[in-house]
Design a protein around this ligand. Structure first.
Ligand code: NAD
Ligand code: DAU
Length: 365
């Protein structure tokens, strides 16, 4: 059995569904169900005996120890995190609690559990730590992409907390011999992504006739990867990645934000034309920039491609169209997650001013 943390979130739920579609090894999902976690993402597994869901915190030592022992867990795939950069600017402390302290406690629980396993199972045990390209900071326009050799230069509280968790994971491997493998991935998109992130936010707001907020000049570049490609990479790394190694994962799909939203609007024009003959691009609104906004991310995924044969299968255009169709078909899910607390967040973060929308500053700004 494997333990998946954060399996009710965006990437975690895609991973659990793909895992059980690809094989029969059971999964126990541990998720705190924060605003970003939603059990509905796992509805398809409600009657599946291969899946157990437990609501709880990765920082709960007793609970994690019990789960590892009771289910004789042979691997942990660790997705659970506070994941939104803008929220880390408004309130960084939760990011330290989950991403740093939570990851530390999970590593400690894994260490104790592994020590109790018989030698053959001890050798097979894996801790797969899912991380981000944001730990490497920002690139200039002509810099080579990030790779496993890039220096750590995190620029936001989110990135700093993920960097700290990467270092803790590395330390547990180096000092205690815990078989940790770390992945650092670029921006994901696809089904079940919470509509606070750029792509689902813009799909939701476009359909609602609301402004599409573009930070700064919109020329910041991200390297986009369809979530299913990320899940496939994680399955491969779990199976064949070498303990102590890091694997960078990316889509070789660098695009400026304004071009992402432009393409999104064109796809929406085709898939769900506005009734009044307008174009969705007319809703694009430039707003104040994100404090400390990283200019460019890009990933060189040569290592995982050479060693494990992974490469992205989805192009950005095909992946984006699939994503748009998924959101059009899942209006009930979107309505569910955009009630209550979501509205508070949008109201707080995108405070209206005379130009339309202005992202509010962090607590000190
Ligand atoms: P998400 O915010 O959609 O989901 C996070 C999940 O973790 C939620 O279900 C939440 O309830 C759960 N969670 C939060 N705190 C918890 C705690 N203390 N205990 C147990 N569960 C907790 O995030 P995501 O976008 O799916 O990202 C998953 C992982 O992948 C994160 O570690 C993130 O840093 C990393 N990552 C994300 C991206 C991306 O583009 N989304 C890219 C690279 C890496
Ligand atoms: O690079 C990997 C990271 O990608 C992950 O580690 C994070 O968990 C994930 O949230 C994502 O971080 P970003 O900050 O890049 O994603 P986000 O969707 O928030 O923003 C993408 C880009 O779009 C970024 O340059 C900021 C910009 N943006 C975002 C929002 C929400 C806007 O211009 N307007 C917006 O309203």
């Amino acid at each position: 059995m494997i333990l998946v943390t954060g399996g009710a979130g965006f990437i975690g739920s895609n991973f659990v569904l793909d895992w059980l579609a690809a094989g029969d090894e059971p999964v126990v999902t541990l998720d705190k169900l924060t605003y970003a976690g939603n059990l509905r993402n796992l509805d398809a597994l409600a009657d599946d005996p291969r899946h157990i869901f437990v609501r709880g915190d990765i920082a709960d030592r007793d609970l994690v120890a019990r789960l590892l022992a009771d289910h004789r867990v042979r691997a942990i795939v660790h997705f659970a995190a506070e994941s939104h950069v803008d929220r880390s600017i408004h309130g960084p402390e939760d990011f330290v609690a989950t991403n740093v302290v939570g990851t530390f406690r999970l590593l400690e629980a894994a260490r104790a559990h592994r020590a109790d396993l018989p030698p053959t199972e001890r050798d097979r045990f894996r801790f797969l730590h899912v991380s981000t390209d944001e730990v490497y900071g920002t690139l200039g326009p002509t810099d080579p992409p990030f790779s496993e050799r890039s220096q750590y230069r995190p620029n936001s509280p989110y990135a700093a907390s993920k960097a700290a968790s990467d270092h803790l994971a590395r330390g547990h491997h180096h000092t205690f011999g815990l078989p940790v493998v770390t992945t650092n991935c670029s921006n994901n998109y696809g089904p079940w992504q919470f509509p606070e992130k750029l792509i689902p936010l813009c799909i939701h707001r476009a359909l609602a006739g609301e402004p599409l907020p573009i930070y700064g000049d919109g020329r910041q570049v991200r390297d986009w990867l369809y979530v299913t490609d990320h899940c496939a990479a994680i399955r491969l790394v779990l199976e064949a990645g070498r303990p102590g190694e890091v694997y960078c994962i990316g889509g070789t799909s660098e695009l400026a934000n304004i071009d992402v939203v432009g393409l999104l609007c064109r796809i929406l024009d085709e898939e769900s034309p506005p009734a009044d003959g307008r174009r969705y691009a007319e809703q694009i609104t430039f707003v104040a920039d994100r404090p400390g906004h990283d200019r460019r991310y890009a990933i060189d995924h040569g290592k995982i491609t050479t060693e494990l044969g992974w490469r992205p299968r989805e192009s950005f255009e095909t992946g984006l169209r699939k994503t748009v169709r998924w959101y059009l078909d899942h209006g009930d899910w979107v309505a569910d997650v955009t009630s209550g607390g979501y509205r508070d967040w949008i109201g707080r973060h995108y405070a209206a001013d005379e130009r339309g929308l202005t992202p509010a500053r962090g607590a000190d700004g």
